[in-house]
Design a protein around this ligand. Structure first.
Ligand SMILES: [Zn+2]
Length: 347
C-alpha cells in the first residue's frame, strides 16, 4: 500500500507523526511549533499547518522543499498523479551530474603569494589592499597574491578553489588604476562557484556581486562576478540541490537584476532574504559592523506577495518582513577547511 510507504518517506523528512482520522500530523518545518500541527491528508494530497497557515495542494511540494534527491525520486515512483512538469524535470536533470565538468586552471606564472615574508616589491599591492580594508588575515584566508610583471602585471590576484582545492578561477584587479580594472581568465563564470572550497551549502549563503564584496561579507559569501545568476549556472544548481537559504546583497543600483534572481530562486522553492545595501556603492565599501547589522535585519521575501506584485506591477520590488524564530537564526560556519590549507602549502 503506497500510503504506508509515503508516510515512511515523510517520517524520514519531517520526523515522527501521529494519526488522527484521515490526517497525519507532523511537526511543521515552517513555524517549528512544538506540537504536531502540520496536517497532511494523503488521500486528498494536500497539507496545511494549523498554526502558521502555510499550506499546499500537493504533498510533493513538501518533499521537494525538505527532502533530498532520494526522497524526491522515491516519492515520484509512488505518486503517479504527479505530472512531471518542466520544473521537476529540470530538478531531476540537475541532480544527475550530467554536464558537470571540472574546470581546471593554473594561477598566473608570475603569481606571488602576498603572505610571503621575502617580498620586496609588494608595497603597492599591500597598500592597495589596506585601503580596501584587507589585511594579513584575509590575505591568508583567500590566498591573495599579486603579479609584479607578466601578463597580469601590477594586478592583485584573488584565486578561487573548487571543492577539491584545485584552482578554477581567479580575478586579477589592477592596483594602480591605470588600466582596465579586471582582467579575468577565459573561463565561463557560470561553470564554477567562486571559492566553492570555502562554501558550505548546507548553511545559509550570502550572494554578492564582487569578490571584494564577498571578502567583506565574510564566511559563506559567494560573488556572482556580476549581477546575474544564470539558470544553468553551477551556483544555482548547488543552491537547489542543497535547498540552501540565500541572503541576497547586490548593489543598491541592481534592483532589477536582483528581482530577476529572486523570481528564479522562488520558482526553485528557495528561501530568500534580502540585505539592504542602500547608501553604499557596494558591500566592499560598507563597514563590517554595518553589514553584520543589516544581515541580521535582512527581510525575508514572501513568495506569494512577491510573485503577485511582479505580475501586477512588472518589476516593482516589494517584500514583506517575516521574522524567523530566534532558534532558527542562520548560523554561518566558522573556520576554514583543512584541504584549503593543504592546497596552500602545496602551491
Ligand atoms: Zn506551521
Amino acid at each position: 500500500m503506497s500510503e504506508r510507504k509515503k508516510k515512511f518517506i515523510l517520517k524520514g523528512i519531517l520526523g515522527d507523526y501521529s494519526q488522527s482520522s484521515s490526517e497525519t500530523l507532523f511537526h511543521c518545518p515552517f513555524c517549528n511549533h512544538h506540537k504536531k500541527k502540520l496536517s497532511i491528508n494523503l488521500s486528498k494530497n494536500a497539507w496545511k499547518c494549523w498554526v502558521c497557515d502555510t499550506s499546499g495542494k500537493k504533498i510533493f511540494s513538501l518533499i521537494r522543499r525538505f527532502g533530498d534527491q532520494k526522497d524526491i525520486s522515491e516519492w515520484l515512483k509512488l505518486d503517479k498523479t504527479i505530472k512531471i512538469d518542466n520544473f521537476d524535470q529540470r530538478i531531476l536533470e540537475m541532480f544527475s551530474n550530467k554536464g558537470e565538468k571540472k574546470v581546471a586552471l593554473e594561477l598566473p606564472n608570475d603569481y606571488l603569494f602576498l603572505g610571503r615574508k621575502d617580498l620586496s616589491n609588494s608595497y603597492a599591492a599591500i597598500n592597495y589592499l589596506k585601503r580596501r580594508g584587507i589585511g594579513p588575515q584575509e590575505i591568508l584566508k583567500y590566498k591573495i597574491g599579486f603579479c609584479p610583471y607578466g601578463e597580469y602585471e601590477n594586478r592583485i590576484i584573488i584565486p578561487s578553489f573548487d571543492e577539491q582545492g584545485d584552482c578554477n578561477f581567479f580575478i586579477a584587479r589592477t592596483y594602480y588604476d591605470d588600466s582596465y580594472k579586471y582582467k579575468n581568465p577565459p573561463i565561463a563564470k557560470s561553470k564554477m562557484v567562486f571559492n566553492e572550497l570555502l562554501i558550505n551549502f548546507e548553511k545559509p549563503v550570502i550572494i554578492v556581486e564582487g569578490v571584494f564584496d564577498a571578502i567583506r561579507a565574510g564566511n559563506n559569501a559567494i560573488p556572482l562576478l556580476g549581477s546575474t545568476l544564470s539558470k544553468k549556472s553551477l551556483l544555482r544548481k548547488r543552491v537547489v540541490e542543497n535547498n540552501t537559504v540565500v541572503y541576497l546583497a547586490l548593489d543598491a543600483d541592481a534592483v532589477k537584476k536582483q528581482n530577476q534572481i529572486i523570481k528564479n530562486l522562488l520558482k526553485d522553492n528557495i528561501k530568500i532574504f534580502v540585505i539592504d545595501t542602500k547608501g553604499y556603492e557596494d558591500i566592499a565599501e560598507m563597514p563590517k559592523s554595518v553589514f553584520e547589522d543589516r544581515k541580521n535585519n535582512a527581510t525575508e521575501v514572501n513568495s506569494d506577495f512577491f510573485l503577485i506584485n511582479e505580475k501586477l506591477k512588472g518589476n516593482i520590488y516589494e517584500i514583506r518582513a517575516h521574522r524567523r524564530h530566534p532558534h532558527q537564526k542562520p548560523k554561518i560556519p566558522q573556520g576554514i577547511s583543512g584541504s584549503f590549507w593543504t592546497a596552500l602549502q602545496n602551491a
